[in-house]
Write a protein that binds this ligand. Structure first.
Ligand SMILES: [Zn+2]
Ligand SMILES: [Zn+2]
Ligand SMILES: [Zn+2]
Length: 153
């Protein structure tokens, strides 16, 4: 059994009920490589599950965030986007480059050595200073992507 089925077991072990909206939303996020908004998920599910409305999707997403199964991103365009947390997703640990113009999100995993060192050092220091156990981090940089830069010239 690969990483594929483990999330179900993990949820059940924690005593979480796997309702249909929860299950299908997780499935949509698993099958996506991008960062989806509630509306994107709604569009994706609507044909097959017309009974799942946008309100249910919003509510379920909030719950899944609280359960730490998904991560929510607010990129300033008033549309939250979601992706599976590292523990439950298929993606490797990555950081984000976010275009503030077209809201495209680039995942990158080709970290610069200094970047990793800096993060490790920072985490160590913060843990010591605040006696706080850091278990993960989300790093995003905002800017303007190549395509948008081309459009400007
Ligand atoms: Zn990182
Ligand atoms: Zn852009
Ligand atoms: Zn991402």
């Amino acid at each position: 059994m690969g990483k594929h089925c483990q999330w179900r077991e993990r949820l059940q072990k924690k005593g979480y009920r796997l309702t249909i909206p929860r299950e299908v939303i997780i499935e949509v996020l698993r099958n996506s490589t991008s960062h989806l908004s509630a509306e994107d998920i709604y569009m994706e599910l609507h044909k097959k599950y017309p009974a799942i409305g946008l309100t249910t999707i919003y509510r379920t997403l909030e719950l899944l965030v609280q359960m730490k199964i998904i991560v929510k991103f607010d990129f300033g365009d008033r549309r939250s986007r979601y992706e599976l947390s590292e523990k439950y997703g298929m993606k490797k640990h990555h950081h984000h480059l976010i275009c503030s113009q077209c809201t495209k999100i680039i995942d990158y995993t080709d970290f610069i050595n200094e970047e990793l060192e800096l993060i490790e050092k920072t985490e160590k220091r913060l843990m010591k200073k605040y006696n706080f156990s850091i278990t993960s981090h989300v790093i995003s940089f905002t800017g303007i992507c190549l395509e948008c830069k081309k459009d400007q010239t």
